[in-house]
Design a protein around this ligand. Structure first.
Ligand code: MLT
Ligand code: MN
Ligand code: ZN
Length: 303
C-alpha cells in the first residue's frame, strides 16, 4: 500500500492566512525550522496508478499540482483520483469538493450522517447535482468492510470515533456515531494495515483494538495541550470541545501511542499553534525520542 500525505495541517493550514502567532510568523518569515503545510488530506493506492482520496481539503487543487502521482498524462481531462472517502463533514475535509466540480461525477463514500450534513447545513451534494452528475454517494456502514472500484486490493473499514460534529451541523455537541470515523485500511495482498484518524476525541475499546492491529498509524496531532488555543490567545475552544485528544495531557495521545506496537506512529492534522511544528522545540524532540513522527506535505509512506 502506498500513502501520500497531501496536507498535514489542521483547518486553517500553516501558516494560517490571518494568523500572527509565533509559529505562523516563524514559517512565514523563514525564521523557524519548519515547513508550510496545507489542510488535512491523504491519498492511498494499491499500485500507484489509481488513488483513493481520503478527505478533500480546500487546498486540493494545489495539492494535486504538487503530487506527480495524481496527474494523469494520457487523458485530455482527468486525474488518477478514482474514488473519494470522507471521514467526517468538517469544512477542512469536504470544502475542496467544490473545487473539483469540473471533474464531476465523483464517487464519494461517506456515512449517512456525513451525507445528511452535506445535504443540509453544508449542502455540497445538493449543489453539485448541477455539475454533470455531481457527487455519487456510496453509503459507508460503520464496522462493515467495503472496497471501492479502484484499488481493489485495499479493504476499508470505517470505525466510529467519539469526536464532534462540525460547528454548522445540527448535531454539534451531540454527534451520532457516524459523524466521525477512522479508516482502517488493509492491503489484502501484503496484510499490512493503516489506521487513519485525523479527528480523534477519545478512544473507545473498539478503536483501541484496531489501533493495536495497525502497522502504521496516521493520527490526530491537532494540539499539544487541550487549552492551547486559549493559551496562545487565538481562540477559546478546547481540544475536547472540538473533538481532538491533545498529545501531552495526562491521558493524552502520547501516552496512548506508547502502549501500541505499530511500526510507524505518525501525526497528521496538526494545528498551526502546535509547538511540534518547530523542529527545534523540546516538544518535537520529545516526540522523536518516543518514535513518533510528524507528517509533512508530500510525505510518502510505502507500507
Ligand atoms: C476540526 O478539525 O475540529 C475542524 O476542522 C475545525 C474547523 O472547522 O476549523
Ligand atoms: Mn479539521
Ligand atoms: Zn498561527
Amino acid at each position: 500500500m502506498l500513502i501520500k500525505v497531501l496536507g498535514s495541517a489542521a483547518g486553517g493550514g500553516f501558516p494560517q492566512w490571518n494568523c500572527n502567532c509565533s509559529n505562523c510568523q516563524g514559517v512565514r518569515n523563514g525564521t523557524m525550522p519548519t515547513s508550510a503545510r496545507t489542510q488535512s488530506s491523504i491519498a492511498v493506492s494499491d499500485d500507484g496508478h489509481e488513488w483513493v482520496l481520503c478527505n478533500v481539503s480546500p487546498d486540493i487543487c494545489h495539492q494535486i499540482a504538487a503530487t506527480p502521482e495524481l496527474i494523469k498524462h494520457d487523458v485530455l481531462r482527468g486525474t488518477a483520483i478514482g474514488s473519494i472517502i470522507l471521514t467526517d463533514s468538517q469544512i477542512d475535509h469536504c470544502a475542496g469538493l467544490l473545487n473539483l466540480r469540473e471533474g464531476c461525477p465523483h464517487q464519494v463514500w461517506c456515512t449517512s450522517e456525513v451525507h445528511d450534513d452535506l445535504t443540509s447545513g453544508f449542502p455540497i451534494f445538493t449543489m453539485l447535482k448541477h455539475w454533470n452528475g455531481g457527487l455519487v454517494h456510496h453509503a459507508i456502514r460503520p464496522n462493515d468492510a467495503f472496497s471501492v472500484a479502484v484499488c481493489s486490493a485495499l479493504k476499508f473499514t470505517a470505525i466510529p470515533l467519539l469526536s464532534n460534529a462540525p460547528p454548522y451541523s445540527q448535531y454539534r455537541g451531540r454527534p451520532l456515531p457516524g459523524h466521525n470515523v477512522a479508516l482502517f485500511i488493509e492491503d489484502t495482498r501484503s496484510g499490512k494495515r493503516l489506521l487513519y484518524a485525523p479527528g480523534l476525541g477519545e478512544p473507545d475499546a473498539t478503536l483501541l483494538e484496531y489501533m493495536y492491529q495497525a502497522d502504521c498509524l496516521l493520527i490526530d496531532g491537532t494540539l499539544w495541550h487541550d487549552n492551547e488555543l486559549a493559551a496562545t490567545g487565538v481562540g477559546s475552544h478546547t481540544g475536547k470541545d472540538m473533538g481532538h485528544l491533545a498529545l501531552a495531557e495526562e491521558q493524552g495521545l502520547i501516552t496512548l501511542l506508547s502502549t501500541l506496537p505499530a511500526q510507524r506512529k505518525i501525526l497528521i492534522h496538526i494545528n498551526n499553534t502546535n509547538p511540534i511544528l518547530d523542529e527545534s522545540s523540546a516538544q518535537r524532540q520529545a516526540l522523536t525520542e518516543k518514535g513518533i513522527e510528524v507528517s509533512w506535505d508530500g510525505m510518502r509512506i510505502d507500507l
